[in-house]
Design a binder for this molecule. Sequence first.
Ligand code: FES
Length: 254
Amino acid sequence: MPAPSAPVRTRPAPSVEPAATPAQSITITANGPYVVHGNVELTEQAITPVGGHREYRTVRTFPSQDVYALCRCGRTSTPPYCDGTHVSISFDGEETASREPFDERADVYPGPGVTLLDDNRCAFARFCHREDGDVWTLTELSYDERLKHEAVKASSDCPAGRLVHVDTEEGTVYEPRLEPSIALLEDPEEGVSGPLYVRGGIPLVSADGSVYELRNRYALCRCGASRNKPFCDAMHVTIGYRDGLTDPDAEEEK
Ligand code: FES
């Protein structure tokens, strides 16, 4: 989703109150899978149009496991888990995303009620579009309490963590309380499988051992094609990625 022009670059920093336990983390392996620790709940969820907006609809919940390895190359024959195919295809999983903190990367769109921080890290999940307008328009119209609420809903549902609102007067950060979990996103409207939606402030550890900035929400690439690894950049739509778990077309017909 493209952002409108003319952001202003003054901002308060967003804060995160992680819900994850100290045992919970995701470790990226070099040119290999994501290893998830701490019995993190794993579900498959479909991005589902409801009226003029979209919601997450749970398709299935996977058996709980203390540790599991999720495919990052997009080629496993045992989705969503790694089966070692990344070795035979010589998967290049180099992490190329910026390590600059969100509040340094984000553009700022001031509104009368809420101010929007937007780092442009788009997973094309389209939760930023609601019946009354997109998140940037709603931010401009946030003198109206109902539209302010809609604006915050539009930013809070974004799986990429691209969009964060702060109260313009008080500086309060609107960040939803999310239980630690990972969702394999499916996108029936586009007929593709989407990223891993990581919720609840789960630490992300690079293959080089460093830890990424802690975020409440983020979307990890699982098609293997992102140019901003480890994060999703919507390439799954471009390449028509399907994980083989659920037929997105069949899903759309339900
Ligand atoms: S990362 Fe191992 S099979 Fe995809």
